[in-house]
Design a protein around this ligand. Structure first.
Ligand code: SF4
Length: 396
């Protein structure tokens, strides 16, 4: 069976502090600090741990104006330690905070759900259904966001319209419901306003804690973007995935499904653990979906009565010897009955033969026969070397 070629929703390139996102650039990995942003020392130390783990953009929560001001110190100290990773300020909309942050960091995230023009008592039922009230509200938002867009433009700062399912505005919920459609509209309203002001350095995100809502809303978003002729990069993530295995599984399903559809230009795995632990999960999801290959991919069968060697040990030994190689696919299969057929597009195959014997394949072609199990890994490494695919491990 042929597998359809991976095709990514072609987005515009948005440069974020010299690390571009979108277009054909790799899907970027980001995470967010959970320290007190006024505690410069802890925030700095956490940023360094995240960056060292592979985080390509560091997002920092900015709940108040003091925190926005402190971004300057964090930035300065990070530079002093030799890190120029782009910083993102996470603001749940307050214009003054976003405007200050936009002068300091490379990207600002605002939540359109927290952004309303209407002051005073909540609107009565039906208020938002009236076109004149709705349009007036959008005009007020447009006026209020205009200074921020001007600052972003002057400073080369990008903006993320970050919609959360749990904080949709009353305006959106009344008109479109608490639904994927409502989430999409929440982002598009702001994208249109930004477009009206000629601002296009935008990234969009629709997050939910419910995996299916997150998947459906992002699929709908891309459909609507395409029909509106928009091509903004899409940031993927679940809002509260949980911790441990649950958090990792939910993230893999939510983010991974969309990546497999060709949707997503940056991802953030949100688990209730220190943010540096999110980074290996993010790379794992990118690798598993084949969207960004950063290490060797191993495929192995579950084994069965036809397996005549210790496959579990062999998998660990092959991994230990070859995991540092980038971009190869190595299959470890239990038997020659089904193994060669099942290992499909693997570059190398380590396949069980007669009792205690192994067959080695290169691109599904048998290269070495009846190798004793005890030196099969060594022979596999030799085969990889002979084929020109070997590089020595960095700390060898
Ligand atoms: S590849 Fe062979 S050993 Fe592995 S599960 Fe299939 S039949 Fe069993």
């Amino acid at each position: 069976m042929s597998v359809s070629k991976y095709s990514r929703f072609k987005t515009r390139v948005v440069d974020i502090g010299g690390v571009p996102m979108g277009g054909n650039y790799p899907v970027r990995v980001q995470s967010m600090t959970n320290t007190d942003t006024l505690d410069t020392r802890s925030t700095l130390a956490q940023c360094v741990r995240m960056i060292t783990a592979g985080c390509e953009y560091v997002r920092i929560a900015v709940p108040g104006i003091k925190e926005a001001g402190n971004l300057k110190n964090i930035r300065k100290l990070l530079k002093k330690e030799g890190f120029d990773t782009p910083l993102i300020a996470d603001v749940h909309f307050n214009p003054a905070i976003a405007e200050l942050a936009a002068r300091i960091v490379e990207k600002v995230r605002i939540n359109p759900g927290n952004y309303t023009g209407k002051k005073g008592k909540p609107a009565e039922a039906g208020y938002w259904m009236e076109e004149k009230n709705y349009n007036r509200e959008l005009e007020i938002i447009s006026e209020r966001i205009s200074p921020l867009l001007k600052i972003c433009r002057e400073n080369g700062t990008a903006l993320r319209i970050g919609v959360n399912h749990g904080s949709l505005s009353e305006r959106i919920k009344t008109r479109f419901g608490d639904t994927p459609k409502g989430m999409v509209e929440s982002a598009l309203e702001f994208a249109r306003i930004c477009g009206f002001h000629g601002f296009s350095k935008l990234v969009l995100s629709l997050k939910a804690s419910n995996t299916r809502v997150m998947i459906q809303s992002n699929r709908l978003l891309v459909k609507e973007l395409k029909s509106a002729g928009m091509d903004y990069p899409v940031h993927l993530g679940l809002t509260e995935a949980g911790s441990g295995e649950d958090g990792r599984l939910k993230s893999a399903i939510g983010i991974g499904s969309l990546l497999s559809d060709g949707i997503g230009d940056t991802i953030r795995v949100s688990i209730t653990e220190d943010p540096e632990f999110e980074i290996p999960v993010a790379y794992g999801i990118l690798q598993a979906t084949g969207v960004r290959i950063t290490r060797t991919e191993f495929i192995s069968c579950p084994s069965c009565a036809r397996t005549l060697f210790n496959i579990q040990e062999a998998v660990e030994d092959v991994k230990a010897a070859t995991a540092h190689l980038k971009g190869l696919k190595i299959a470890i299969m239990g038997c020659i009955v089904n193994g060669p057929g099942e290992m499909a597009d693997a570059d190398y195959g380590y396949v069980g033969g007669a009792k205690g014997k192994v067959m080695l394949y290169k691109n599904q072609v048998l290269s070495k026969k009846n190798i004793p199990e005890s030196n099969a890994v060594e022979e596999l490494v030799k085969l990889i070397k002979e084929s020109g695919d070997w590089v020595d491990p960095v700390n060898a």
